[in-house]
Design a protein. Structure first.
Lengths: 82, 206
């Protein structure tokens, strides 16, 4: 991804995931970081997105239904028997 | 969930080949939630999604002797699952256009919160986000329930991507391969999903 001028806030908020995933070029990452250094609004925004990811990470994934687990175990046993 | 080290993965493959029940069931429980969620994208009901997961495991076990580790084991299993689910979806006469699954093109933040084009600093914050006070509230059960509800409201593909990435901890390549998405699409879907969850939290943390 290549950005050709100074970033504004509306652009920065669209780049946060790309930044987190190291998908910005070195130049663009530098521009992104420069913007954050002087922009409180965007720093707060990025912090909030990090906090959002962390909070989402606290959700527990659902369990596989026990009945399905039993079926799969049967499948495995049937496969194992030659 | 982290990328299995290749020796660890090799051991897992050997354990499956050797008929190790405990290893199989661990993998079933680890990958099961993502597999069901993926299957559900392509078929009409939870019951059919469960059948798809079973069919996919049958295919995995049949193929495990020929698995050559060109991709990670998990990526390979997800590919089999997705193919199985797509085939089943077609047979059910269910074809949902990608756009319906992925949701529309929407900005991360309401454009009204930025200064207009004719302003001195167009695109800069007019209404910047306020710091979240009492960050411990973010981890309260009530907040987590809110996040869960927000994810359920997302277009299915966005919900699948954020769940696999941020709840189940799969990496970008695993999700991209499982869903047959380009690297960019995977990221855009994740970004939209995260942005919407943040927006809901912003309302709540006010």
């Amino acid at each position: 991804m290549r950005l050709d001028r100074e970033l504004n806030c509306a652009q920065v908020v669209e780049l946060v995931t790309a930044y987190f995933e190291y998908r910005l070029s070195a130049d663009d990452a530098e521009r992104f970081e420069e913007h954050l250094a002087f922009c409180d609004g965007c720093s707060t925004y990025v912090e909030q997105l990090r906090a959002t990811i962390a909070a989402t990470g606290r959700l527990r994934s659902e369990d596989v239904p026990v009945e399905l687990q039993d079926r799969l175990l049967d499948t495995f046993r049937a496969w194992r028997v030659p | 969930m982290r990328e299995l080290a290749s020796t660890e993965e090799q051991e897992l493959v050997e354990a499956l080949r050797a008929g190790d029940e405990a290893a199989f069931m661990r993998l079933v429980r680890e990958l099961g939630p993502s597999m069901l969620r993926l299957a559900r994208l392509f078929v009409s009901s939870q019951a059919v999604a469960e059948d798809v997961v079973q069919d996919a495991w049958v295919a995995v076990l049949r193929g495990i002797d020929r698995f050559e580790a060109r991709s990670s084991l998990r990526t390979w299993i997800f590919r089999i699952l997705t193919n199985t689910a797509k085939t089943r979806g077609v047979r059910e006469g269910r074809s949902v256009p990608f756009s319906a699954l992925a949701g529309g093109d929407e900005p991360a933040v309401d454009p009204d919160r930025f200064l207009p084009d004719d302003a001195r600093f167009p695109g800069h914050w007019a209404a910047p986000p306020e710091r979240w006070e009492g960050a411990e509230r973010l981890l309260a059960g009530e907040t987590l329930a809110l996040i869960e509800r927000e994810i359920e409201k997302l277009p299915p593909l966005q919900a699948a991507v954020i769940t696999m990435r941020d709840v189940e901890g799969l990496d970008a390549d695993e999700v991209r391969n499982a869903l047959d998405l380009s690297e960019t699409n995977q990221r855009v879907l994740l970004h939209r999903a995260r942005s919407k969850v943040r927006r809901a939290l912003e309302e709540y943390m006010r």
